[in-house]
Design a protein around this ligand. Structure first.
Ligand code: SAH
Length: 287
């Protein structure tokens, strides 16, 4: 496999040059031309290339009062629901990932509790679903694949950009005990906090902020996962990646079109980018 190593300083300069408005619809810069796929489990035929993780913006109100009555989530996890989860994991997740811990995490987290109750019937389909505010919960097989490439070990510190429903954060918490997650939409951040607390994930650190700047107070991170697609690699996220082998998985590409999912690894001042697969994520927005 051909590996392309780019000195960090050069990479950052080149990427900064791509951050202007004219670059919004361009591919990642030529300097980060991908290696061939490094992850056999992410071969295009097993993945979910460009299947929509976006949904049409909903008309849901932008104000939400978080009382137990208005929390539109189902927390009961009965035998039938567990059986549906098991079917999803065995038929759509286990075939595309090899890490048994990732598979166990998908088995453990009740995805149906992260979706609005009107979509309960679809909670265990391998498909993204609307969560309000024009955002979506990602499809389970993609959540599993992105988690696997982070190669999380217990004790690793991981940062998620784009909390959304909170589902991916809960999966990460099954893999390691230091999970940080940030969400730009206040209502979604509040909802996710409530759901995560109800499910016993009180120790996930969650904040409402523009994740372009990461969460510098707790850097460096052994791993960073970005679940919305910017049109370039944010420099602050590279800066906050552990210089001793930090891993980041991030979709990069034009808004509303197919993007490329990249694995970014850092070793000292060297940053390596590996192209994984084509995906379609909701836009990375800015304050
Ligand atoms: N990981 C989520 C997927 C949510 S979709 C889940 O498991 O449900 C992506 C989320 O990224 C959206 O909620 C969107 O509001 C958020 N987002 C977009 N741009 C962001 C930014 N700059 N900082 C933080 N969150 C952002």
């Amino acid at each position: 496999m051909v590996q392309r190593i780019i000195p960090l300083t050069i990479l950052l300069v080149l990427l900064a040059a791509c951050a202007g408005p004219d670059s919004a619809a361009t591919d990642p810069p030529a300097t980060v031309t991908p290696t061939t796929s490094a992850a056999p489990t992410l071969a295009a035929d097993t993945a979910v290339p460009a299947s929509p993780t976006t949904a049409a913006p909903t008309t849901q109100a932008t104000e939400l009062i978080l009382t137990p009555e208005s929390l539109d989530r189902e927390f009961e996890d009965d035998a039938e629901t567990q059986a549906r989860r098991e079917t999803l994991v065995s038929s759509r997740v286990a075939p595309v990932v090899q890490d048994a811990r990732v598979i166990a995490a998908l088995r453990a987290v009740p995805r149906h509790s992260f979706v609005p109750t009107q979509h309960l019937d679809l909670a265990y389909n391998d498909h993204p679903l609307p969560i309000g505010f024009g955002q979506t919960i990602s499809q389970p097989s993609l959540v599993a694949m992105m988690t696997e490439v982070l190669e999380l070990e217990p004790g690793d510190r991981v940062l998620e950009i784009g909390t959304g429903s909170g589902y991916q954060a809960a999966i990460l918490r099954e893999m390691t005990d230091e999970v940080y997650t940030v969400e730009i939409i206040p209502e979604l951040a509040a909802l996710a906090r409530t759901v995560l607390d109800r499910l016993g994930y009180e120790d996930i650190h969650l904040d409402r902020r523009d994740g372009y700047y990461g969460w510098v107070a707790y850097a460096p991170y052994d791993a960073i996962i970005v679940t919305a697609a910017p049109d370039h690699l944010p420099n602050p996220l590279v800066d906050q990646l552990n210089a001793d082998g930090g891993r980041m998985v991030i979709p990069i590409g034009p808004v509303g079109n197919v993007q490329t999912l990249w694995l970014v690894t850092r070793q000292g001042d060297e940053v390596e980018m590996t192209r994984l697969l084509d995906v379609r994520f909701v836009p990375f927005t800015r304050e």
